[in-house]
Design a protein around this ligand. Structure first.
Ligand SMILES: [Zn+2]
Length: 103
């Protein structure tokens, strides 16, 4: 197996999602479920670079939710993800959950 050329990013971020804290290098279960990937903080679509300073470790959930939204920092990324998750929760309560059907 060849080593990921971005292995040093994972090492730097301790195999932990920088947005929500999932992952880690101590527990296989946690690491496996996080499906860690490298995220461009500022998406390339918005002019983000491939430099280490623009790369962070993110779990598949945060990576998918954040997507290619304009973002300039990890802190802003967390806010974007929180806002979108809130929207998803409202959508879930409105269209998916049946819990209030009988109330
Ligand atoms: Zn995450």
């Amino acid at each position: 197996m060849t080593r990921d050329p971005r292995h040093h990013i994972y090492e730097r971020d301790k195999w932990t999602c920088q947005y929500c804290g999932r992952g880690g290098s101590d527990d296989f279960q946690a690491w496996n479920e996080a499906w860690l990937a490298i995220d461009h903080i500022t998406p390339k679509k918005h002019g983000g670079s491939d430099k280490d300073s623009n790369l962070v470790v993110a779990c598949h959930m945060c990576n998918s939710v954040k997507a290619a939204d304009l973002c300039k920092s990890v802190e802003e990324g967390r806010l974007i993800i929180a806002r979108k998750n809130q929207g998803r929760k409202e959508w879930f309560n409105k269209y998916v959950s049946k819990s209030e059907e009988n109330t």
